[in-house]
Design a protein around this ligand. Structure first.
Ligand code: BES
Ligand code: ZN
Length: 588
């Protein structure tokens, strides 16, 4: 037996899946997907096959001849879920599993019409990363094994289904529509993705289109109009785009992330739509995953930094190319600040601040942080700095080309690094970054006069320095974000009032700025802002915003009461992942 992924029951000695064939019906009333998956194996096989599953109701298992395949739930763990043990008759090339998902399936968000922009139709979407595909489809749910797939998804008319795949037609009988998909490129199962709603598309360029509800599609098209030029910049840096299309799907606000890099169709939170294109860094990030993450994939969640660290680095390179170094730098400083908050929350010496982690028995969602992102990106920057940008760009192109459509471990990466750039890992004290906790001292400082000015101003707050309106009028949303990040977490009611009234912070259209401000207001128990906090907690499911707001409310008794009250009232409408993560905060 060789189980190589602590979050999957997949056994490397057993046959591997090669292709999935899905035929599922979306039932909004029961909140289930019902139908079957055919799992095609790499070669005719017999004997045991362990699959991942969680809360699935399995009706039958057969093989390509129609012969019944014996199966059982052999084992079950809280984090890993169920081990579905199949016993394949000799010569099995394909198993067909008829099944239904559970209404509480962790991958699936089910939204009532009132949670959508239109208010008339329900909406559903999947979020399979890191280990939730198994609640949607029984499969070898480890990124080490890749699959291509075909799917037929039947939904109530007039709703539309979209997937991380090419759309190849539809058939409708007036009551239900079956949408057909084809995904020829092999992907890890965490990139399986489905969304269903009242959706409309607008072309943004020859290979990009934005999907959204009709009520938000125009605004979305304007906000993300620059995406085609981003692809052009990214291709210069990382090689040709391999996924044919880069479409965007703007979700209802309950979506738990900012963005998710589902191939061919990135999922985005509508909180990005600020009306000024100030959040396109998230699009750059998800686009960058097309190379780092989707082409070269982390083998397990212990290697997650390979996905996110390289992608943050790549994101900044794209931003630098399009908007210049200063913009990329200020983004870097903002996220470095946020990283420090995460590191402090884990505490010194925490194993979760290493790049290579050991997450056996640990739920990756519970220890999600900016460490793999920002510590990862800092490590990549050090590599770049050690060999110079030209040589590092060559290395990157070679890295991506060498491992394309493969899933690699940290060790495999380090071996490649040593071969291509000998001695560099040691020179930059690589092991301190990869194997040890906290931030090493040799991180590269970001030098930016614009950043310094804002930080100086914030540092003067306690001594009575206040920003002049003539200065802040020229601030970008990033400068505001940075300024607010640097202010004390608790302010007097007078100070809160002054800030809010002078700069109209509670009615900010940029959610990064708004939530940064509301976090201070909530932590300061500033009553006039609490209705706005409540509103955000009710409507928005993005965990990046929910978590700091709830944490801030929990820092004093009165607002902690409010936090519990709001959660009790609205948590049934949260995505199961958002609900789970906030429930954890309110307990502890
Ligand atoms: N792949 C991640 C989202 C993710 C990570 C989902 C782990 C589930 C488990 C995505 O690329 C991401 O990092 N999104 C960020 C945006 C970003 C600019 C850092 C987000 O959602 O905030
Ligand atoms: Zn990412």
């Amino acid at each position: 037996m060789s189980r190589f992924d602590p979050h999957s029951w997949c056994d490397g000695d057993q046959p591997a899946q090669r292709h999935l064939d899905l035929d599922l019906t979306v039932d909004f009333t029961a909140r289930t997907l019902e139908g079957r998956v055919r799992i095609h194996l790499t070669k005719p096989s017999s004997g045991p096959l362990d699959l991942d599953g969680r809360d699935l109701v399995i009706a039958s298992v057969t093989n390509q001849t129609g012969a019944a395949v014996e199966w059982s739930v052999a084992e079950s763990e809280p984090v890993r879920g169920d081990r579905l043990r199949l016993d394949l008759p000799a010569g099995t090339e394909m198993v067909e599993i008829a099944y239904q998902t559970a209404p509480g399936a962790l991958a699936l968000g089910w939204l009532e019409p009132q949670q959508t922009a239109g208010g008339t139709y329900p909406f559903m979407f999947s979020q399979c990363q890191p280990i939730h595909a198994r609640t949607m489809v029984p499969c070898q749910d480890t990124p080490r094994n890749r699959v291509s797939y075909d799917a037929v998804i039947t939904v109530p008319s007039p709703l539309r289904a979209v997937m991380s795949a090419e759309s190849v037609g539809e058939e409708s009988n007036g009551i239900a529509t079956s949408w057909k998909f084809k995904m020829p490129q092999a992907i890890p199962t965490y990139l399986l993705a489905l969304a269903v709603g009242n959706l409309e598309g607008r072309d943004l360029g020859p290979r990009t289109r934005v999907y959204a509800e009709p009520e938000t599609v125009e605004k979305s098209a304007w906000e993300f109009a620059e995406v085609d030029s981003m692809i052009t910049s990214a291709e210069k840096l990382f090689g040709s785009y391999e996924w044919d299309r880069f479409d965007l799907l703007v979700m209802p606000p309950a979506f738990p992330y900012g963005g998710m890099e589902n191939p061919r169709l990135t999922f985005l939170t509508p909180t990005l739509i600020a009306g000024d294109r100030s959040n396109v860094n998230v699009v750059a990030h998800e686009l960058a995953h097309s190379w780092t993450g989707n082409l070269v994939t982390n083998a397990t969640m212990n290697d997650f930094w390979l996905n996110e660290g390289f992608t943050v680095y790549a994101e900044r390179r794209i931003l630098e190319e399009i908007y210049g170094r200063e913009y990329a730098d200020i983004q870097g400083v903002i996220r470095r600040n946020a990283l420090q908050v995460n590191i402090d929350q884990f505490g010194p010496g925490s194993p979760y601040t290493k790049l290579r982690t050991d997450l056996g028995g640990t739920d990756p969602d519970e220890v999600y942080s900016l460490v793999p992102y920002e510590k990862g990106a800092q490590f990549v920057l050090l590599l770049e700095d050690a060999v110079g940008r030209d040589r590092f760009d060559e290395f990157l192109l070679k890295y991506i080309d060498h491992f394309r459509f493969q899933s690699i471990t940290t060790d495999e990466f380090l071996a490649f690094l040593e071969k291509e750039l000998p001695g560099v890992y040691e020179k930059i004290q690589g092991p301190r970054w990869v194997e040890e906790p906290d931030m090493p001292e040799n991180e590269l400082p970001i030098v930016s006069a614009r950043v310094d000015k804002v930080r100086e101003l914030a540092a003067g707050w306690a001594g009575g320095t206040r920003p002049e309106k003539t200065v802040t009028e020229k601030w970008s949303p990033e400068e505001w974000q940075l300024y607010l990040q640097d202010l004390p977490r608790k302010l007097s009611a007078d100070d809160c009032q002054w800030l809010d009234e002078t700069f109209d912070l509670s009615s900010q259209g940029n959610y990064e700025v708004l939530v940064e401000w509301l976090t201070i207001a909530a932590g300061s128990a500033y009553t006039p802002a609490l209705p706005r906090v409540r509103e955000v907690l009710t409507v928005v499911g993005r965990m990046k915003y929910l978590k700091p707001l709830y944490i801030a409310l929990m820092t004093n008794e009165d607002t902690a009461k409010l936090a519990r009250e709001v959660f009790d009232e609205v948590s049934d409408s949260y995505h199961p992942l958002s609900k789970g993560s906030v429930a954890g905060l309110l307990k502890g």
